[in-house]
Design a protein. Structure first.
Length: 463
C-alpha cells in the first residue's frame, strides 16, 4: 500500500519513534480497549491495576530511550502528537508519587512505574524486535485484559493479532489513484500519466480529503523548522549520563560570524547541513518535539536538507518545499512497506539510510529533477548506507546518532546533485537496493540492531 505522507512524517516526542512514540501510543490504545470492555476476560471484575513488560530492543535500550516514561505517559492518557514536554514532567512526577493513573471511564487504576514496568532481557517476542505486553487485573488479581503490541518503527504500532493477519500499519482509507507498490510501478505510472512523483502523491493525499493539503504540509514544514530553530539556541548537556554537550548553537554562531568575511571554505555548505541536522537531533535527544522523518533517530536528515533548499539553493519556493515533502513521503512509503525503517529490525541503514534516500529524492524533485532522476537520487543515497549498524552508546540516541544525521544530510545532497547531472539512467534500481537493505538487515547480528550490545556501544573511552 502507499502510505500517506502524514504517516511517514508525524509530530511526536523524542528521543525515539520506536521506543518512545510507539510504546506511548500502544499504552494509550490499551486504555481505549480496556474502557470499551469488549475484549475483557470473561468473569473478571472491574480493572483495578495496570502493568507492562518490555521485550527485545525495548528492554535492552528502553531506559536510555525513555520507554518506561513513554508507557507511563500513555497510560496517563497522553499521545505523542499532543503531549507537552513540560506538562509531561508534571504528569510523570504525579503518577510516581500517587502510584496510580486516572481515566475518565475507568476511574483510578493502580500503577507503580517502578514495580509494574518490567524490562525482560530474555528472548524477544516472536513478532518483532520491539515488543511490549500490557496487562490489566481486577482487585482480586484476576487478569482482565492482556494485549501484545509491536512498535514497528516510525511510531507505527500493531497488535500481535494485526501482525499475524498481515494488517497494514495504518488504515488504507479511500482508494488512491496512484497506488504504486514498487519504484518500478511508480515510474511507470509517472510516465503514463505525465505527472511528477509529487503530483501523484498529491492526488493520493487529496483522495477523500476534506481539509487543505497545502496547509497540512506547511504545518509539517513549520514544525521541522521550529525544531531546528530551538536546537540552534539551546546550550548545555544532554540528559542520560554520557555528559554529551550540545554543539549546534556554537557551530551556528561560528557560521553566522563567517558570513561576508570571505574566509569560508568551499565545503562550508556541509557545515550548514550538519548544524541543521544536529540541532534537530539534539532536541530529540533531550526529549523535545520533533517530526519523524521517517523515525526520531533519523529526524534531522530531511529537515536539514529541506532547510538547506529553502535558505541556500537558488530558486527555492514554497511550492518546492511541498514537492520535497510529497516526494520524500513516496520514497519513505516504499521503504517502509518493502523493507523496514526500524533500527531494531534492520539497523541504522533503515533509519538514517532511509532518511537520506527520502531527502535526496525530495531535493532532486524540488530542484526540477525528473521522476527517473528522483528514483536515481534515492537509490544512490540508500546504497551508500547499506550495512550501517544501530549501536547507540548507553542506549541513548546521542552517540553516534546526532552526527550521523549530519552526514546523512550531506550524502543526501550529494546523491541529489549526482542524479541531476545524469538523465536518470543507472545500473541498480531502487527496488533492488531496498531489497538488499532488507536482506542485509535480516542477516545482521542482533548486537547491531538497537540493543547496544555491539559496535560503538561496547567500545567506550576509558576514563
Amino acid at each position: 500500500m502507499v502510505l500517506s505522507v502524514f504517516d511517514i512524517f508525524k509530530v511526536g516526542l523524542g528521543p525515539s519513534s520506536s521506543h518512545t512514540m510507539g510504546p506511548m501510543t500502544a499504552a494509550n490504545r490499551f486504555l481505549e480497549t480496556l474502557a470499551e470492555g469488549r475484549e475483557r476476560v470473561p468473569g473478571a471484575g472491574a480493572p483495578a491495576r495496570l502493568s507492562c513488560s518490555l521485550h527485545g530492543s525495548l528492554a535492552f535500550t528502553g531506559r536510555g530511550h525513555a520507554t518506561d516514561r513513554a508507557v507511563l505517559l500513555g497510560l496517563a492518557g497522553q499521545n505523542p502528537r499532543d503531549v507537552d514536554p513540560d506538562e509531561a514532567e508534571r504528569i510523570e512526577a504525579a503518577v510516581k508519587a500517587s502510584r496510580r493513573v486516572e481515566h475518565p471511564a475507568l476511574g483510578a487504576l493502580a500503577f507503580d512505574p517502578d514495580a509494574d514496568i518490567v524490562f525482560d532481557y530474555g528472548p524477544a517476542l516472536p513478532g518483532h524486535a520491539n515488543g511490549l505486553r500490557l496487562f490489566a487485573h481486577d482487585a482480586a488479581g484476576n487478569l482482565a485484559l492482556e494485549e501484545t503490541y509491536y512498535s514497528v518503527g516510525g511510531g507505527f504500532v500493531m497488535t500481535a493479532r494485526e501482525m499475524a493477519r498481515g494488517a497494514a500499519p495504518s488504515a488504507p482509507g479511500p482508494a488512491k489513484p496512484f497506488a504504486f507498490h514498487s519504484a518500478a510501478e511508480m515510474l511507470a505510472m509517472a510516465a503514463a500519466s505525465g505527472l511528477s512523483i509529487a503530483a501523484m502523491m498529491r492526488a493520493n493525499e487529496e483522495a477523500g480529503r476534506s481539509g487543505s493539503l497545502d496547509r497540512a504540509l506547511d504545518d509539517l514544514i513549520a514544525a521541522m523548522n521550529a525544531c531546528i530553530d530551538r536546537g540552534l539556541v539551546v546550550e548545555g548537556e544532554l540528559p542520560g549520563g554520557l555528559r554529551v554537550k550540545r554543539r549546534a548553537k556554537r557551530i551556528h554562531e561560528q557560521l553566522l560570524a563567517e558570513r561576508g568575511l570571505n574566509i569560508a571554505q568551499p565545503h562550508v555548505a556541509n557545515d550548514w547541513l550538519s548544524v541543521y541536522a544536529m540541532a534537530v537531533n539534539e532536541e530529540n535527544a533531550a526529549g523535545g518535539k520533533v517530526v519523524t522523518s521517517p523515525t526520531n533517530g533519523a529526524a534531522g536528515v530531511c529537515p536539514a536538507v529541506l532547510r538547506y533548499y529553502r535558505d541556500h539553493c537558488q530558486g527555492a519556493t514554497k511550492a518546492g518545499e511541498r514537492e520535497f515533502l510529497l516526494t520524500a513521503g513516496a520514497i519513505g512509503s516504499l521503504i517502509k512497506t518493502r523493507a523496514s525503517i526500524s533500527g531494531a529490525e534492520v539497523g541504522c541503514q533503515g533509519e538514517v539510510g532511509s532518511a537520506a534516500a527520502m531527502a535526496a529524492a525530495g531535493l532532486c524533485a524540488a530542484l526540477g529533477g525528473t521522476p527517473a532522476q528522483v528514483e536515481n537520487a534515492a537509490e544512490i543515497a540508500l546504497e551508500h548506507h547499506l550495512g550501517m549498524t544501530c549501536d547507540p552508546v548507553g542506549g541513548l540516541v546521542q552517540v553516534p546518532c546526532i552526527e550521523r544525521n549530519g552526514l546523512g544530510a550531506i550524502k543526501a545532497v550529494s546523491a541529489a546533485s549526482l542524479s541531476l547531472r545524469g538523465d536518470g539512467t543507472h545500473f541498480m534500481p531502487l527496488d533492488n537496493c531496498i531489497e538488499a537493505m532488507r536482506q542485509t538487515g535480516r542477516d545482521m547480528s542482533e548486537k547491531y540492531k538497537e540493543t547496544s550490545q555491539g559496535g560503538l556501544a561496547v567500545n567506550l573511552p576509558e576514563c
